[in-house]
Design a protein around this ligand. Structure first.
Ligand SMILES: Cc1ncc(COP(=O)(O)O)c(C=O)c1O
Length: 394
């Protein structure tokens, strides 16, 4: 029997990142490979109480089908919080609730791109965005950064030479590099976007998790033409298992996304949306975020100081002011994949950097996650990686 699968499915490239994650799922392995929030950060008891409240007061609506745009009080809370934290000027009409920001990535690429169209991404970029966009069978132009965001002259060159349909960036504590776009770069970027009138996805799952420095405004706050679609999520500040994210954009884009949403899954679960709204109403979100920040800041500091103490000087690394990741650059001749094999023998793991690029090569990078291990374990793990690196560099 010859079953024929669709072109987008046939076009899915096998990535061995999943295989690596399986390989390292051993009980005595120290893994810096995942990108998950720490389970001890989930407010389970508060969620139990919020769930009870919802079932007592609103069980009919909570368990019924719901509006495709989302639950209004939750949309309202999100708009208010964005206005306070990242200086936007939104109402609930600018917000559509999604099943995590991952769904937003899929929807927005479908919204703007046809097969073969060009999407501009950062070099490197978030792997899950690349895999979501791949389903729309787009082509990529990668723009390198300089530690403060994309290099603007390179972006301009791409906009002059390609019919760019969409730009995708992670402005705050990027996955995988941990880098944050400076305020000036955000303004320069928006001036170019304004000139070329290209839609932008500003994906910001980590922005709330800032351990030092000041919060920076969303690209939306510099957007005069309504070109920016911001993606947000409760995955890193509440619980990823609730699968709650959102798209914040101008009402026309929201209206179009709503059409997609109706045809994709009717709506995000009304039950989890109401639990989240009840939790926001009855508990202190700011205090909860502060607790998470305290937990991760201490883990970040432990990893940075262990790297400084143990890693050979040939290895460079980023200094994230927030988020979950540190990005390491090896001398060009070194291959992080080979090093990973030796590290796994020493019971420590990371993600090789290649998966975060749309171009070939780029073999001398790796990503470290610090949210899921305590300070002591982080120190032991970094020392193990350092020993492998030192033996190779000798
Ligand atoms: C940059 C980025 N965007 C989007 C997501 C997807 O998050 P979620 O779908 O849980 O909101 C992640 C998850 O790690 C991420 O790192």
């Amino acid at each position: 029997m010859a079953i024929r699968f669709s072109e987008p499915v046939n076009a899915i490239k096998h990535s061995d990142t999943g295989d690596i994650l399986k390989l390292i799922a051993q009980p005595d392995m120290i893994s810096f490979a995942g990108g998950l929030p720490a389970e001890e950060s989930f407010p389970a008891e508060q969620i139990r109480k919020a769930t009870e409240l919802v079932l007592q007061s609103d069980s009919g609506k909570a368990l019924q089908y719901g509006p495709s745009l989302g639950y209004d009080p939750l949309r309202e809370s999100i708009a208010n919080r964005m206005n306070r934290m990242v200086k936007t000027n939104f109402t609930k009409d600018n917000i559509l609730i999604t099943c995590g920001s991952q769904q937003g990535l899929d929807m927005l690429c479908r919204l703007f791109c046809n097969k073969g169209d060009t999407v501009v991404v950062e070099k490197p970029s978030y792997l899950g965005a690349i895999t979501a966009f791949n389903l729309s069978q787009v082509n990529y132009v990668e723009i390198p950064g300089d530690g403060k965001g994309m290099i603007m002259s390179e972006l301009k060159k791409a906009l002059d030479t390609h019919d760019v349909r969409l730009i995708y960036i992670v402005t705050d504590f990027q996955n995988p590099t941990g880098i944050t776009w400076s305020r000036e770069r955000r303004e320069e970027f928006m001036a170019l976007v304004d000139e070329y009138e290209v839609p932008v996805i500003e994906d910001n799952p980590y922005g709330e998790l800032r351990y030092e420095g000041e919060y920076l405004p969303s690209l939306n706050s510099f957007d005069t033409k309504g070109l920016v679609c911001s993606l947000g999520t409760f995955s890193k500040t509440f619980a990823p298992g609730m699968r709650l994210g959102w798209i914040a954009a101008n009402p026309l884009f929201i209206e179009k996304c709503d059409l997609l949403k109706q045809n994709m899954d009717l709506s995000t679960a009304p039950f989890t949306q109401r639990i989240c709204a009840a939790w926001l109403e009855n508990f202190d979100f700011d205090a909860h975020v502060q607790e998470i920040k305290n937990l991760y800041k201490s883990r970040r500091d432990a990893m940075l100081s262990a790297i400084d103490e143990f890693f050979p000087k040939e290895v460079q690394h980023t200094y994230p002011e927030g988020g979950l990741f540190i990005w390491c650059t090896l001398p060009e001749y070194m291959k992080s994949r080979h090093i990973l094999q030796q590290c796994i023998e020493q019971k420590v793991a990371f993600v090789p950097g290649e998966a975060f690029f749309t171009s070939e090569g780029n073999t001398n990078f790796f990503r470290l996650n610090y949210s899921c291990n305590n300070e002591e374990v982080i120190r032991v793990g970094i020392r193990r990686i350092a020993d492998v690196l030192k033996a190779i560099l000798k």
